[in-house]
Design a binder for this molecule. Structure first.
Ligand code: HEC
Length: 159
């Protein structure tokens, strides 16, 4: 008969809680104020502030919402407005402006993409949601499955 004692239960609980933490954080989108705090933390405000060489945060966010009314995608907007190859390229440049790589600021990139998608949905021109979220969610699910398999295998071997 299967008996579950606390020594066995502890690692299970630990894994389950780590898993939920991982899942929650991977699908979790930044709120506006959290994104703004990251923006300051990363040093984007060196340029993006009142009197700086680039638009302050509020203007950047407002601009992205405006783009959603005119352009089919963020890529189209930055191509036309900023002569960048894509929004990803722009994010890569902005990251290097603060000595980071694009992946270091992926949380902000996702925030901007979500901002665009939400504004787009509000104009009734519902685009498919951007890939970033789905990819993260998918990776999260794959990771969960892999971990569950590992746990099952480990416990089978112990019997
Ligand atoms: C060295 C100065 C500088 C830094 C640091 C900087 N930016 Fe920029 N950013 C600019 C300039 C200038 C533009 C205008 C785009 C252009 O002319 O190519 C811009 C444009 C943008 C845009 C497009 C919207 C707009 O207002 O044009 C976004 C979004 C953006 N930056 C985000 C960021 C983020 C996020 C960071 C921090 C990781 C950052 N920037 C750091 C100078 C900077």
């Amino acid at each position: 008969m299967l008996t579950i004692n606390s020594r066995k239960l502890f690692p299970i609980l630990l894994i389950i809680s780590l898993l939920s933490l991982f899942l929650v954080s991977s699908v979790y989108a930044l709120t506006t104020s959290e994104a703004m705090a990251r923006y300051q933390e990363y040093g984007c405000t060196q340029c993006h502030r009142q009197g700086g060489i680039a638009d302050p945060w509020d203007t950047v966010v407002a601009e992205i919402k405006e783009w959603a009314e005119t352009y089919p995608s963020l890529d189209a907007a930055v191509k036309d407005k900023l002569h960048e190859g894509s929004f990803a390229d722009l994010m890569g440049e902005m990251a290097s402006n603060v000595g980071k790589s694009r992946s270091d600021i992926s949380d902000l990139e996702q925030f901007f993409r979500d901002t665009f998608d939400e504004a787009k949905a509000a104009t009734g021109g519902g685009e498919a949601p951007s890939g970033g979220f789905d990819t993260t969610l998918l990776l999260g699910i794959v990771a969960v499955i892999v971990i569950i398999v590992i746990v099952v295998v480990v416990f089978m071997r112990r019997k």
